[in-house]
Ligand binder design. Structure first.
Ligand SMILES: Nc1nc2c(c(=O)[nH]1)N[C@H]1C(S)=C(S)[C@@H](COP(=O)(O)O)O[C@H]1N2
Ligand SMILES: [Mo]
Length: 199
């Protein structure tokens, strides 16, 4: 007797389970930036949470670094089809940053030094799904990878992980950021292969 289970065809290796559709593994760490790398002195760095009109919370580098941080090991999936598994980071979770922010707003736009932006539903950055990361592989985050600090939201395509992040604006409705306005998917789930706006 032959048992054929639908949807399970061909051979699969153990590693495939961690690789979203259409992705391949890389061991190096490519740099993808839409513009030049901004250099932000730590004494000028700040991270501002706002409701779009007024700041709700403001951190300078020292107050940010005094917050409890976590080390995390996550897989990265870039829409250009490379994935990198088991990367280690240190960062402050958005749960900590947003802890005493009271707002009815349910969407978020992350803004970067240099002008980049990317949108994420607020619920996707809560419950230990997103961090403002300041270390990679145990060392300070290199400028080309987003140092001093970048957003890390590993369950979405890596374009959502804004490098050189400077703040988050809370919004009542979803709005496209930089790549989302240029035809990339508004949400960007790699497991559902949401690469472009009509995927
Ligand atoms: N500020 C900013 N953040 C950014 C980008 C960018 O161009 N500017 N590129 C995004 C894209 S498309 C990817 S794939 C990742 C790449 O991160 P890496 O250069 O550390 O690999 O950063 C994302 N964050
Ligand atoms: Mo990307």
């Amino acid at each position: 007797m032959t048992i054929v289970s639908r949807g399970f065809s061909g051979r699969r290796s153990v590693g495939d389970a961690k690789l979203p559709p259409g992705q391949h593994l890389t061991t190096d760490f490519p740099v993808l930036s839409a513009g030049p790398t901004p250099h932000i002195p730590l004494d000028q760095w700040e991270f501002v949470i706002s409701d779009g009109t007024k700041p709700l919370k403001r951190f300078d580098w020292n107050t940010f670094r005094a917050l409890p941080s976590e080390t995390i090991k996550v897989d990265l999936h870039c829409v250009t089809r490379w994935s990198k598994l088991g990367t280690s980071w240190e960062g402050v979770s958005l749960d900590v940053l947003l802890a005493d922010v009271r707002s009815e707003l349910t969407y978020a736009m992350f803004d970067s030094y240099g002008g980049y932006s990317t949108n994420v539903p607020l619920k996707d950055v809560l419950n230990h799904q997103a961090w403002i990361a300041f270390k990679y592989g145990g060392s300070g985050l290199a400028p080309e990878h987003g140092g001093p600090a970048r957003l890390l939201v590993p369950h979405l395509y890596l374009w959502k992980s804004a490098k050189w992040v400077r703040g988050v604006r809370l919004m009542s409705h979803d709005n496209p950021g930089f790549w989302e306005g240029l035809g990339y998917h508004i949400y960007g789930d790699p497991w559902r292969e949401q690469r472009y706006s009509d995927d």
